[in-house]
Design a protein around this ligand. Sequence first.
Ligand code: GLA
Length: 728
Amino acid sequence: MIQYDEQNQIFHLNNGEISYVIKITQELQLIDLYYGGAIDFENDFMDLLNQSNTGFSLQHPSGIPYEKMSMTYGTFGKYSLNEEAFLVKDKEGRVINDFIYSHYEISNQKTILTTLPSSYDNQKLSQTLILYLKERSNDLWIELHITIFPEKPLLTKHVQFKNKSSEIYTIDLAMSGVFSVDGEFDQVIAFNGAWIKEFTTVKNQLSNGKLSFSNYNGVSTHTYQPFLALAESSSRDNRGEVHGFALMYSGNFKASVEKNIYKQTKIQMGINPFLTSWDLKSDSIFETPEWISVYSDEGFDKMTHVFHDFFLNNVMPCYEENRLSDVLINSWEAFYFNIDEEKLVELGLEAKSLGVEVLLVDDGWFENRNDDTDGLGSWVLDRKKFPNGLKVIKEKTGLKLGLWFEPEMTHLKTDRIIGKNFSLTPSRNQFVLDFTREDLVDEVFEKVKKVISDFEIDIIKWDANRPISDLFSENLENQGELYHRYILGVYRFAKKLREHFPHLIIQSCSAGGGRANAGMLSFALSTWVSDNTDACERLRIQQAAAMFLPLRAIGSHVTASPNHQMLRETSFAFRSHVALFGTYGFELNILQLSSEEKEAMVKAISFFKRHRKLIQTGNYYKLKGNDLSTQDEYAHMVVSKDGREVIVGVFQIASKANWEGMRLPLKGLEKKAGYEIHGKVYTGSYLMRIGLHFKQVFTGVQSDIHEKIGKIGFGDRTSEVIYFKKCY
Ligand code: GLA
């Protein structure tokens, strides 16, 4: 998949789906010649160098107009007048920028990062091109690692700085790479948000200039997620070119997209350089986070499928035994802090009898934790609430046991926290522990480890409910290292968890959807995408998150009606249908449900169990929806990988007078195959061109109308889930 053309000094990564072409210039600089859909190895790409010159500018012996070329990993001032991908200085503050190509290596494996999460390749079929750059007069090296996987239109990039000298250097900026694409890419799609308003899709029109998205919160953010898509304005769900990018990082990130006067679009992603600098000591390395790049020539749907498969097979710790989620009940919206053994056993027994598989004990289980003003940081079980420990809940209910943690936080200003111990900016009455300290990470880990082992915990929910502010750590000589070292501490903790408890299932959470990213998902199997559990709001949030995240990773629960955030009433069926397209669980006091609702719950759980493989591993398609604000009609579907099974969810939020009805063309079917729906056979071409048909009937006085209420078209907040199979 990787070829080196010695004569033209060109590297070509090509797997039949994607091509990435890099040239070594006469000046020993690396420039990108092409990135996009696959082009045969036979071509030499040399015409691309032959561009009209740029006039008064930097002078290059080879005559190559560098301003029209994109440096593979360049820095300002050396053959480049563009924004740099990195910035290194020596101890006198001089910019060190004369890096030249030295040699390359092709390795038959995926590079695994030592300090940060990385994707993996269990099949051992990937190849990595490692390009070595050396600074001309300093023993300072840059390694560019680019991995290509068979048949996937996807690459990963990551950069390593190596100081082999006895000097010290400062890295002020180190992006994870640059991609440069030609063409009419002028739509930039990113996610903006806030607490209970996560994953609001922003679609920006890109003309010449730059768009950038970044976060500053240190711990996590709802504001922007480290995902980005770049598309042609004519690209749609199933057509047009789209590039998708995801950074495997849970700290402060920066993403930027810039279109220059020559219509080249450059994308960069990496650690946010804001208030960040790193001392690269003698004989040490600095790794940038891994960056995943996907190319699709068949619109957003294909990009989504490539990301979903990659997350499931190469990022998440998703193996046969945990590939599908268990049906879970969470105590939070059922009882909030007001939990004890008796209540949880009662809840658990009822849940078990209805088909639930896991009981997750959320916040409120440790000493002095009766509200959010106290108790964080000790991790000692409250024996008043739980005199017999926690294992007893497992034994009495027969359910697996889950437990909530917020390992990075404390209530005590006296603890080793980030910020000087006075006048800290308040946030949920808590402070951030100084996870730049490895000893502290290890200490907290020991406490958490004890609880997990003592109570035989199967699942943990790892929360992080406040941002970092008041930047200061007594542990650091260079305060510019705080943000990144903090997140290295978080990953150290996560790695330890995985090593000690290989079967432990981790759910990531950060005040809802603050940490819904590839970095955390390389340890966790799901992420709680929002504290907004209202089914109508969740339709928008879950659909948007599913643009990148597989449904297996999207935490979704049926909660109470009226909903606790929006105070909106919805039927049990509607809530359950929305939650079905995710991990599917419950977060309400089911003891208060009516017998009809419990009956519906039993049926819904057994339906989910029958179809969870299809839902969580099939190809997901958005059929109807508005990413920008909650709208009236939503629909999505999943087709199993073998094409034999299909599930469709259709939702209408408000009923409409004299509704025109809904024709819902489906996607991803085989044109000539037959599909049996409600006893009638349709061909794939019919279902994809004409589609399913939903109508409203006259809603005046009718004797049978009550039976229909709740079905789509029959009242507010109605829905249907339709499962069908291919029959020929
Ligand atoms: C955060 C989480 C919730 C819940 C509470 C507990 O807000 O997002 O799901 O766990 O913390 O305090």
